[in-house]
Design a protein around this ligand. Sequence first.
Ligand SMILES: *[C@@H]1O[C@H](CO)[C@@H](O)[C@H](O)[C@H]1NC(C)=O
Ligand SMILES: *[C@@H]1O[C@H](CO)[C@@H](O)[C@H](O)[C@H]1NC(C)=O
Ligand SMILES: *[C@@H]1O[C@H](CO)[C@@H](O)[C@H](O)[C@H]1NC(C)=O
Ligand SMILES: [Cu+2]
Length: 204
Amino acid sequence: MHFTIAALFALVPTVLGHGLITSPPSRPIGPALMQNCGPKVEQDIRLDNTSHVEGRPELAAKDAMYNAAKCNLWLCTGLQFADNVNNTQIWHASQVVPIKVWIRVPHEGSANVSIVDTKSNKVVGEMLKVWSEGYAPGKKESDVPTDQKEFSVTVPEGLEEKCGAAGACVLQWWWYGTIAKQTYESCVDFRIKRKMPAQRALHV
Ligand SMILES: *[C@@H]1O[C@H](CO)[C@@H](O)[C@H](O)[C@H]1NC(C)=O
Ligand SMILES: *[C@@H]1O[C@H](CO)[C@@H](O)[C@H](O)[C@H]1NC(C)=O
Ligand SMILES: *[C@@H]1O[C@H](CO)[C@@H](O)[C@H](O)[C@H]1NC(C)=O
Ligand SMILES: [Cu+2]
């Protein structure tokens, strides 16, 4: 999918598109996206919520309502925590979390899944999953190997402080189509709950 902006608006949205996380629920479109990224970026995502980030900086640059710091376009493609608060997942260290990804249109490349600190925009610790090449080959979703669309990640130890509050961290799936030169991002919001301490004997 490589269209000029004019051609993009002329097309039926459903013919475009690439991918996002469908389970657990990933950040959707909402009022905070409009407020922080402005109507041009919001419309681009609304036309196709699986589409790539490239092109959006140009749209944003022409939009007086675009707030670069709050939109944070290159994290979660600008989608906002405030629009996904009610879907915040509660995880604990060493929990195995199944993830499902919808690859609407494949573009072979690399991909990874990581936890990102939303204040510093930095990846926290090790990548949870890395495909350094061969991710999402083929022309249609059924060409993509199942283990690239359905996989699990293990919640790292020691994030109870850093990722204890909803919105402090995000789980981001990040895919780059090498030949298409397109980046796709999709984010799950979560917080880490402390494990219950082992039950102590009661003093009677
Ligand atoms: C993305 O768009 C599809 C089709 O309009 C919709 O069914 C789905 O719920 C959307 N997902 C998210 C995370 O916004
Ligand atoms: C979250 O849930 C509350 C309570 O049900 C509701 O009032 C609010 O509108 C929801 N927020 C979003 C962004 O959907
Ligand atoms: C994660 O994936 C993105 C997109 O493919 C890539 O640009 C980045 O270098 C990757 N990082 C690691 C450590 O794999
Ligand atoms: Cu494409």
